[in-house]
Design a protein around this ligand. Structure first.
Ligand code: G1P
Length: 298
């Protein structure tokens, strides 16, 4: 029987240099898209995908993340005494959401290193990894789509997206062959090789790894055996490449729209599109955008 995936690891110890100065004293995971911090979108996606345990790998200066998922008695008391019931529910729904465990990554030595820090809390079972910079809007949560592939093959699966030629060097890029899945050969791939942040012209394809992974526990010894790679960091891509020697790894071109919210432009795009879709804000926001000359929203 294929073991169930119960846990999701959220690496959140990065320095957020792409978003300075906003991230100088504030974790990038706490930047709000409309009114929810980035990491909450990822956590909600994991819960909607059936994950029960959230493990957040944090570092220095990240205590706002812990406070966010904790109970704020003062705030709840204030809202209650003022009869702000809707706000109270919004605040409570965050702390009621899940039981979160935190692991410390003392030095930002790379994504692979962050995942390795979760080894003891994950134990010998499959688990998910969610990078909260990648915000994905999809009918079926992206992680759920990956879990369905995992349930079928019992092997590790990563999310894939075709990116333009001039962006390949920002991603892990795969060399992969299409596989039949759900009556099509369009979306699922068996990965033959992968490379982290290849130079332009050296990428094996334009299929990039996006921040959703379902991994079998063999990834841990694989990560322990890799040397620092791109940027002098222990890369998750290098660990997966090592894993490929003994286990199949699949890649799913997922259904949905991905926003690179770790990038200023991507963050703005996500903010505008999410705000336009909000029942309580969308109408007034669209009206405002249309009042700009020339109008920008239809
Ligand atoms: C990380 C991974 C990379 C992946 C990317 C997706 O890179 O190392 O393989 O393609 O996330 O967002 P980062 O964006 O942290 O540099």
């Amino acid at each position: 029987m294929i073991p169930r995936v119960r846990k999701a690891v959220f690496p959140a110890a990065g320095l957020g240099t792409r978003f300075l100065p906003a991230t100088k004293a504030q974790p990038k995971e706490m930047l709000p898209l409309v009114d929810k911090p980035l990491i909450q979108y990822g956590v909600e996606e994991a819960i909607q995908s059936g994950i029960q345990n959230i493990l957040i790998v944090t570092g220095r200066g990240k205590s706002a993340i812990e406070d966010h998922f904790d109970v704020s008695f003062e705030l709840e008391h204030l809202l209650e005494s003022r009869g702000k019931i809707e706000m109270l529910q919004a605040v409570r729904s965050v702390s009621d959401m899940i039981d979160v465990a935190y692991i410390r990554q003392k030095e930002a030595l790379g994504l692979g290193h962050a995942v390795l820090r979760a080894k003891d809390l994950v134990g010998p079972e499959p688990f998910a990894v969610v990078l909260s910079d990648d915000v994905i809007d999809a009918r079926t949560p992206c992680l759920r789509q990956l879990l369905d592939v995992y349930q079928y093959f019992g092997a590790s699966v990563v999310a894939l997206l075709e990116v333009p030629e001039d962006s390949v060097s920002a991603y892990g890029i795969v060399d992969a062959e299409p596989v039949d899945f759900n009556g099509s050969r369009e979306n699922l791939f068996r990965i033959r090789n992968m490379v982290e942040k290849p130079a332009r012209g050296q990428a094996p394809s334009r299929l990039a790894i996006i921040g959703r992974y379902v991994l079998t526990p063999e990834i841990f010894p694989a990560l322990e055996s890799v040397e620092p790679g791109a940027g002098g960091e222990i890369q998750l891509t290098d660990g997966l490449k090592h894993l490929l020697r003994s286990r199949p790894v699949y890649g799913l071109r997922f259904e949905g729209k991905r926003y690179d919210a770790g990038d200023k432009l991507g963050f703005l795009q996500a903010t505008v599109e999410f705000a336009l879709r909000r029942p309580d804000l969308g109408g007034a926001f669209r009206e405002y955008l249309n009042s700009l000359n020339p109008p920008v929203a239809q």
